[in-house]
Design a protein around this ligand. Structure first.
Ligand code: URA
Length: 238
């Protein structure tokens, strides 16, 4: 069960506010009956009519969450014949990745053929939180943590505020595990942020994206997003 205005916003290309307005004005029918209460819930089999048009819930959109392995490119086709993230998913739909992870980065990647959602998620104004865990060469000290938090200059522009936690320092290998939460999605952002301070990222994994994490998924495995997860993503970008 999902709230009516959420479902209308998701399938009808309306903002949540517009959807609420249409409901209040009595312009929304569920299974042929006017529903003008905002809190109403609907199930996926309900037929919803908005302003005279039936919502097409069969737009055949598919949404996947992949735990991307290393040595796979985040594109739909690779000119060098390397394996792509799309090759890992068993579907005939023309899905594509939402954003990028580097060839050697592992972790959470969404793939879909829903261009509206994909574009919104990738738009900088959406400010979707992404949590990365990086293994970097050297001992990351407190002053550098502060710099990462407040922003460092990469490609001539300061990065936005980040949340940064040191998870572990390995004395033997002289490496530090750092958790970094950012909402920008600039090219090679995490690697460049560390590079700006003189560290090299030797391993990088994305553990979270918005409301999603990798729980239950081994590297290379994937699953479909649930209806609820998709509606939550929509609510985050509206
Ligand atoms: N930042 C990077 O440097 N690489 C990625 O793959 C993702 C974020």
């Amino acid at each position: 069960m999902e709230r009516l205005q959420k479902v209308i916003a998701m399938y009808g290309d309306y903002s949540r506010r517009k959807a609420e307005e249409l409901i209040e004005k009595g312009k929304v029918l569920v299974n042929g009956e006017v529903v003008s209460e905002l809190g109403s819930k609907v199930k996926s089999s309900d037929v919803i009519e908005v302003d005279g048009t039936i919502l097409d819930k069969n737009r055949n959109f598919e949404y996947y969450l992949l735990n991307k392995p290393r040595e796979v490119v985040t594109t739909t086709k690779d000119e060098h014949g390397r394996k792509t993230v799309v090759d890992l998913i068993d579907t005939d739909a023309r899905i594509y990745p939402v954003g990028r992870l580097d060839y050697d980065t592992t972790g959470l990647l969404i793939l879909t053929n829903d261009g509206v959602l994909a574009n919104k998620l990738m738009h900088p104004s959406s400010k979707i939180d992404k949590v990365y865990v990086a293994k970097v060469n050297g001992k990351v000290d407190g002053s550098d943590v502060k710099k990462l938090r407040s922003g460092v200059i990469i490609d001539g522009r300061k990065t936005s505020k980040a949340s940064v936690k040191i998870k572990k320092y390995n004395k033997k290998n002289n490496t530090t595990i750092v958790q970094l939460t950012i909402h920008e999605g600039r090219n090679h952002q995490v690697k460049k942020m560390f590079k700006a301070l003189g560290y090299e990222v030797v391993k990088l994994k994305r553990e979270k994206y918005a409301n999603l994490d990798l729980n239950g998924l081994k590297v290379g495995e994937y699953r479909r997003l649930t209806f609820k997860e998709v509606t939550t993503l929509y609510s985050l970008v509206k």
